[in-house]
Design a protein around this ligand. Sequence first.
Ligand code: FAD
Length: 489
Amino acid sequence: MSLPPILVWFRQDLRLTDNPALAEASASGHPILPLYILDDEDAGAWKMGGASRWWLHHSLKSLAKDLAQQGGNLLVRSGAAETVLAEVISETGAVGLYWNRRYEPWATDRDARLKTRWKDAGLDVRSFNGALLREPWTVVGKNGSTPKVYTPYWRALNALGEPADPAGQPAPAHYAAITGEHGDIDTILPLPSAPDWAGGLRDTWNPGEAGAHDRLAVFLDSAMGSYKDARNFPATPGVSRLSPHLHHGEISPNRIWHATRTKLASLGAAAAGVEGSAEHFLKELVWREFSHALLHNNPSLPETPLRSEFEAFPWIDDDDGLRAWQRGQTGYPIVDAGMRELWHTGYMHNRVRMIAASFLIKDLMIHWRHGEAWFWDTLVDADLASNAASWQWVAGCGADAAPFFRIFNPVLQGEKFDPNGEYVRRWVPEIARLPDRVLHKPWDAPALVLREAGITLGETYPVPIVDHAMARDRALSAFKSLKSDAAAA
Ligand code: FAD
């Protein structure tokens, strides 16, 4: 007689290798029923944005194909997980429910309820860590609590020793046959049409586990060695671009960690020259962990400033400014290039994310939550923890944040990190013919130079929507008023 199935509930772990929930289910000897639930209803205000949905569509297709090669059928449903699970368990007679943990507050609350409910109903319910090197509650400093700033967090994480070795693909599992409706990815997660805005995403990315592994291999072979310096230059292929693969769990951070170490070891004597770069890369990976710890310890991180005095910051309501920023029409080329890269590819280079975010928050004095929401909708790597923590970091109201008074000058940042203008010329082609010396500040170009470059400021490219020097002073005095209010209170 065949055994009843165990449900493996895929969430942000869309891979077969190094997937603890899948491996444990496989080891149980029960047939496995792989399930994905599009749980918009549970996510409330943090429903997945458009770019993430595009990614998820392709990632699920890739997972379904990989499972099919092993004889598995991915069941895809949408709705509140509580309802969908009840239906699937009753339809299939499943006796177990395994998943890898998520860390969004809405997901942890829901999962705790589900665990109690189905354990009480007699199911074997288990959850695992499939997304982080170390789960937030395990990384503690000498005083026993989570470090509130990054460097002690990095040290505390390292003090736990090397993260677990990544496991390979579980031994070929026995998959349960699905008798009812499979669920159709095209219907549940339709691709954009009329208009189809996803052409740039298609040209840029290869979602799925194989794409993630390819991306890691390319990075280790061609960019890891120079990461420390090259990571700041957006025109250079100096970063890994693994963030969307990591967010959707197509690759585990443990695999990335150990592959980096292995690559370094394979270089022999040459490793000495690139150790600093490899460590820097691992440190960035741990910023992701630190962001998850911040969210775990501060569930309102996406909505509320960690430094409460920022609640009183005199933000400006400026719909026109916000729209110009979103569309890459601010008149500051490096900001506009970043915002257009984001719209076109669902990604923006980290250096430019910082510049664009600083511009919105400090030059326009628009609340960081508007930027956070736009990134949420447009990034393929939109991640509740990393996005919220990073916006608060730039705004100066977060843990270990850049101080508010450190205001990026978009011209100097452009000149320093895009010195040959390659990045700006790619994304803001209407000013591409400007010479380097004025590319990052077209308003400084003499009339003849503008004419020769085919530019009419205010018509073919905007005049700056705000004067940076004025905006800087305005932001600093707003910040000072905040401090004096806090002192007077
Ligand atoms: P690499 O430089 O190759 O780094 C490797 C990995 O480390 C990344 O894939 C990522 O998982 C992690 N990482 C690197 N930097 C950071 C960081 N500062 N914070 C957290 N993790 C980091 N990252 C997201 O994954 N999702 C987001 O929604 C997100 N929103 C951001 C919003 C703002 C305003 C800013 C300034 C940064 C944001 N980041 C976010 C962090 C960072 O910009 C991206 O993780 C990084 O650009 C991804 O590119 P990469 O994979 O090439 O990174």
